[in-house]
Design a protein around this ligand. Structure first.
Ligand code: CMX
Length: 440
């Protein structure tokens, strides 16, 4: 029996009734106006989505159901002798809107452990891809291959009442989250570890089991993985991966199809792929400067050169944030707390700190970059490299495993609320010119 599903329905069904009543009473009221520039430039600042799981403040950063990252690191349940939150807890919080107890988190861990069955054809599909396929492409294809398991798609074919859509989406979302680490680990071991695979260990929590299947058993990697999978989980609704998942889900494409769409967005270098790009950029700098630890002046010159060549400095800037990303700060704290304090040498982490000192004023001086501060991707790769997970092409897959937590919690809510097909309007340039009275 899935007690979480029962608890969720007790909470969500009255909430859906409230939302309907709210729309009925206030639906015609205006939220604001928007400009031609916004329409052309990525709809930034246009509020066109409702997302409950998290909210992003430009200056403060992300809050998950009202809780900041430092608060979550303190309050969410941890593994025995663990210091970082279990990602199961953040999923519970995003879905239910309240902090879980230790027992809630244990139940979720067990549920996901039980549901983590991946049919053989998924692995066979991955086996047929050329070895040089990018891990994110493999991951997206792996998720698409899993779609044969969709309870929602099967039930829809049989014919189901709209009111029960969410129940099937819930099942798919839980199964998908449970199965993702196995698919992701298979890709890693196939690509980088001679196709030698490791069976899951049902005694472990979701993050530790993932680390185990990747081939990392140390406390350090488990701890990092728990933090990593927690902080990457959600970033309100408008980011490319969350929005793509939500948009595709609005066509009643099942959670597997919707999440694969989100992953394809995450695989872009301006979004999740930036985590691999950061390491690539740092390594190129080291190679070009012929030093493992460049000076601040050398780094500054390298940043200027990157900009002059018309490239982006990966890991810096954000569409919404206007300050240092608290997800960056959490990883910086992790570095100071568990690596630097121990006297361990982590050159890449040191370079990340130096770039942080040097980059913002240079980026700001361009006069066009709206946020010169680091985002989540500026730090994550350096920590992974330190613990021996050196295959940086794979890093976005880790981001993707985590992102499932937020977008799946949202997708369940989308179907409970009965949100309709998403279909914004569009306009042509001549239509815009006509609107503002330009005749030429
Ligand atoms: N390096 C160089 N130029 C940058 C820049 C950076 N880090 N960040 C922004 N710019 C440039 C933009 O390319 C744009 O240039 P043009 O006017 O010539 O087109 C200009 O500054 C204005 O951009 P913006 O309004 O500040 O930023 P956007 O909202 O358009 O884009 C983002 C945001 C994240 C795509 C952008 O900052 C960027 O490309 N950063 C580097 C890639 C990166 O780290 N992405 C990860 C984001 C976090 C995540 O999703 O994982």
């Amino acid at each position: 029996m899935d007690t979480l599903k029962d608890k969720f329905s007790e909470k969500a069904l009255p909430a859906a009734t409230d939302v309907k009543a709210f729309i009925k009473e206030h639906g015609e009221k205006k939220l604001g106006e928007y400009t031609i520039a916004q329409t052309y430039q990525g709809m930034k600042g246009i509020v066109g989505l409702v997302t409950e799981t998290s909210k992003l403040d430009p200056d403060e950063g992300i809050r998950f159901r009202g809780y900041s990252i430092p608060e979550l690191r303190e309050k969410l349940p941890k593994a025995p002798k663990g210091f970082e939150p279990l990602p199961e807890g953040i999923f519970y919080l995003m879905l239910m809107g309240e902090l879980p107890s230790k027992e809630d988190v244990m139940n979720l861990s067990n549920t996901w452990g039980r549901r983590a069955i991946v049919p053989k054809h998924v692995f066979d599909t991955l086996d047929h891809l050329p070895v040089n396929t990018h891990p994110m492409t493999m991951f997206s294809i792996g998720v698409m291959a899993l779609q044969t398991e969709s309870e929602f798609a099967k039930a829809y074919q049989k014919g189901i009442n709209k009111k029960s859509y969410w129940e099937y989406v819930y099942e798919d979302a839980m199964n998908l989250i449970a199965r993702l680490p196995r698919v992701a680990a298979y890709i890693y071991r196939k690509k980088y570890k001679n196709d030698v695979h490791i069976e899951p260990d049902p005694k472990l929590d979701w993050a530790a089991n993932f680390a185990h299947m990747l081939g990392y058993e140390s406390i350090d990697v488990r701890r990092l993985m728990r933090l990593y999978l927690t902080i990457h989980a959600d970033h309100e609704g408008g980011n490319v991966s969350a929005h793509a998942t939500h948009l595709v889900g609005s066509a009643l494409s099942d959670p597997y199809l919707s999440f694969a769409a989100g992953l394809n967005g995450l695989a872009g270098p301006l979004h999740g792929l930036a985590n691999q790009e950061v390491i690539h950029w740092i390594m190129e700098m080291q190679e070009e400067l012929k030093t493992k630890l460049p000076t601040k002046t050398q780094i500054a010159d390298y940043i200027k050169k990157t900009l002059e060549e018309g490239k982006v400095v990966p890991g810096y800037g954000h569409a919404v944030l206007r300050k240092t990303d608290p997800r960056f700060t959490a990883q910086q704290d992790f570095y100071n707390r568990y690596i630097k304090k121990d006297g361990q040498i982590a050159e890449l982490c040191e370079i990340v700190q130096l770039v942080y000192e040097v980059a913002p004023p240079i980026l700001e001086s361009t006069g066009k970059i709206k946020n010169p501060w680091p985002n989540v991707d500026a730090h994550s790769g350096a920590l992974l490299m330190h613990y021996g997970i050196t295959e940086f092409e794979y890093y976005t897959v880790l981001f993707g495993v985590s992102r499932a937590l937020g977008v799946m919690a949202s997708l369940i809510w989308d179907r409970v609320l009965g949100l309709p097909l998403e279909r914004p309007g569009s306009i042509t340039i001549s239509g815009l010119k006509k609107k503002v009275g330009v005749t030429a």
